[in-house]
Design a protein around this ligand. Sequence first.
Ligand code: SF4
Length: 80
Amino acid sequence: MSVARNLVWRQQAACRGVDSKIFYPLTEEEAQEAKFICAQCTVRKACTEYAMRNYERNGVWGGMTERERRRIFRQRRQSA
Ligand code: SF4
């Protein structure tokens, strides 16, 4: 599958056109606005998997902060 095809889900992202700064909060509390948008996003699962596969270190992806993704990543590693 081509890279472009892999990223088709981005065209349906609820965050399209939204100020990207919202998705790079400095604190967990500041992440609430991004999480609210993600909660309404129809491609949340694809976004989450993209972030996990690419070890995205910064920002809110799939409604999760970096800290929350690290936790999921550790759980996956332990159950593998
Ligand atoms: S889940 Fe959140 S960050 Fe991911 S595409 Fe949807 S709105 Fe954007």
